[in-house]
Design a protein around this ligand. Structure first.
Ligand code: PEP
Ligand code: MG
Length: 570
């Protein structure tokens, strides 16, 4: 079988299929309420054990703060007021335990959700979490919890959300395979950040594989073999050993500069989604962060993060990276990243819809909270602000005006921030690339977002498997736009980076060097390999190569030219 290699590494192991069965609660009339109450008590006991395990694990792997949530969940399970009401419903109205639990949960959640106090609103989500867990136990529904696994497995799923990926226990999850998704889907990006091998876009894999099957795959090439013969296992074991050897060799490049043979130095920085990812940046010797996708702070919760929560997250990254540059992107929600609690209407074309800067300029309350947190954190490190999904000069000016307003507020309140903070934009919509000469006069830097720039330039949905053959980073139109953006940026004296996945593409790095890109931002896992490639190139030679490449007519010609003329083998 073949899919799309989404995160490098070889995985060999047992299959665990992720299926989330729907919870259907029926209203039943029961005859023995005593027995029903006992059934509920036993389910609570089982749930208590599960939560205790989750607490212990999280405490060990992440820390006290992260584990606290499970302490709160444990307390809800013990709450006599809440469960007293459930038991009353069982005895007085002869409801089955599941239904009585649902009724009381709904009442409590409704009550808490409408409270002014944010702490109480949060409790509504916790109650829902806990009672869903108890209901699953009552109904005998097994759920897959990736954060507490007993054995090493390879996860197979139709699709995985970024939060599924984020929760994965790196010790136990050897890799994952999904049916849906392309290389730039956010679950794939997270897998690379967590350094978990992954293949996406493998048709019907959830039908073909069963729990307990044996499977091997190559997260680079995208090859998957289900229940392989011994010789295939042997072959993959050898590949795995080779991969580890290569990683060791690359580790020797830690501490070295990212500089071409003819002395041109570039910046090799990392893309991150949460403060936790900084560990991977440091481990892989990233020279900073070129893209901090802040939307993950807003996801997996039931309300917006407060200014304080955001400030803490940004400050943590800034402090850990000391004076290294950190480009923090303002909220880029929409597309394949949803925020359920904002109740945004479903759109026909979410990638072309109400998202990112469009939403922020409309919901300035959300935007201002984030900008305040960002500015305050800028006092603790080398933070730069970047606006996503810009499509017009007006948007840049409006966003900057809001930023100025917040700066003024902070000055009045005597709160310190970096007065010199750099402000840049993502170049991910062709309109901006085409007008980059004018945009360059408005900002301090550009960062080219090729993930979206490819999809908008070629009108190819980046997550649609059926047309993934059209989503091609070698498309000459993309390279021409990239050249235009770099040249226009340099003419105005601003630096130009790239934070889409192309920045870490081994075949395209030489061309990007030739085109004069200043900063390359990629999954931490790609940094050392990219450094190796750059150290073995001469900028002067690459300029000639780039000149030729952008005049080729097809993506196939571009890739072939690179394969035949540039040696990037390690
Ligand atoms: C991009 O579009 O290239 C990018 C880096 O942003 P995201 O992948 O988060 O859309
Ligand atoms: Mg984008």
């Amino acid at each position: 079988m073949k899919g799309i290699g989404a995160s490098p590494g070889i995985a060999i192991g047992k299959v665990l299929i992720k299926k989330e069965p729907e919870i259907k609660i029926e209203k039943l009339a029961i005859s023995d309420s005593g027995q029903e109450i006992q059934r509920l008590k036993e389910a609570r006991e089982t749930c208590k054990e599960q939560i205790k395990n989750l607490y212990d694990r999280t405490l060990k792997t992440m820390g006290k703060k992260e584990a606290q949530i499970f302490e709160a969940h444990g307390m809800i399970l013990e709450d006599p007021e809440f469960f007293g009401q459930v038991e009353e419903k069982i005895s007085n109205e002869s409801f089955n335990a599941e239904y009585a639990l649902k009724e009381v949960t709904d009442t409590f959640v409704e009550l808490f959700k409408n409270m002014d106090n944010e702490y109480m609103r949060e409790r509504a989500a916790d109650i829902k979490d806990v009672t869903t867990r108890v209901t699953r136990i009552l109904l005998g529904i097994e759920s897959t919890d990736f954060s507490s696994l007993d054995e090493e497995i390879i996860i197979i799923a139709e699709d995985l959300t970024p939060s599924d990926t984020a929760q994965m226990d790196k010790e136990k999850v050897l890799g994952f395979i999904t049916e849906i998704g392309g290389k730039t889907a956010h679950s794939a990006i997270m897998a690379r950040t967590l350094e978990i091998p992954a293949v996406v876009g493998v048709e019907d894999i959830t039908e073909l594989a069963n729990n307990g099957d044996y499977i091997v795959f190559d997260g680079d090439e995208g090859t998957v073999v289900l229940n392989p013969e011994d010789d295939v296992i042997e072959e993959y074991k050898n590949k795995q050993a080779e991969y580890i050897k290569l990683k060791n060799r690359l580790n020797e490049l830690k501490g070295e500069k990212s500089i071409t043979k003819d002395g041109v130095e570039v910046e090799l920085v990392a893309n991150i989604g949460t403060p936790r990812d900084v560990k991977g940046v440091i481990k892989n010797d990233g020279e900073g962060v070129g893209l901090y996708r802040t939307e993950f702070l807003y996801m997996d919760r039931d309300r917006l993060p407060t200014e304080e929560e955001q400030f803490e997250a940004y400050k943590k990254v800034a402090e850990k990276l000391k004076d290294k540059p950190i480009v923090i992107r303002t909220l880029d929600i929409g597309g394949d990243k949803e925020l359920s609690y904002l109740d945004l209407p479903k759109e026909m074309n979410p990638f072309l819809g109400y998202r990112a800067i469009r939403l922020c300029l409309d919901r300035t309350d959300i935007f201002k909270t984030q900008l305040r947190a960002l500015l305050r954190a800028s006092a603790y490190g080398n933070i730069k602000i970047m606006f996503p999904m810009i499509s017009s000069i007006e948007e840049v000016r409006q966003a900057k005006a809001v930023l100025e307003e917040i700066k003024e507020d902070l000055r009045k309140e005597n709160i310190k921030f970096n007065e010199e903070i750099e402000v840049g934009i993502m170049v991910e919509i062709p309109a901006v690339a085409v007008m980059s000469d004018l945009f360059a006069k408005e900002v301090d830097f550009f960062s080219i977002g090729t993930n979206d720039l490819i999809q908008y330039t070629t009108a190819v949905d980046r997550g649609n498997r059926k047309i993934s053959y059209l989503y091609n980073q070698f498309h000459p139109a993309l390279l021409r736009l990239v050249k235009m953006v770099i040249d226009n940026g340099h003419k105005e004296g601003i630096w130009v980076g790239m934070c889409g996945e192309v920045a870490g593409d081994p075949k395209l790095i030489p061309i990007l060097i030739g085109l004069g890109l200043d900063e390359f931002s990629m999954s931490p896992i790609s940094i050392l390999k990219s450094r190796w490639i750059i150290k073995n190139l001469s900028k002067k030679e690459m300029e000639e190569m780039a000149e030729k490449v952008i005049n080729l007519p097809t993506a196939e010609d571009v890739e072939k030219f690179i394969d035949e003329n540039i040696d990037i083998e390690i």
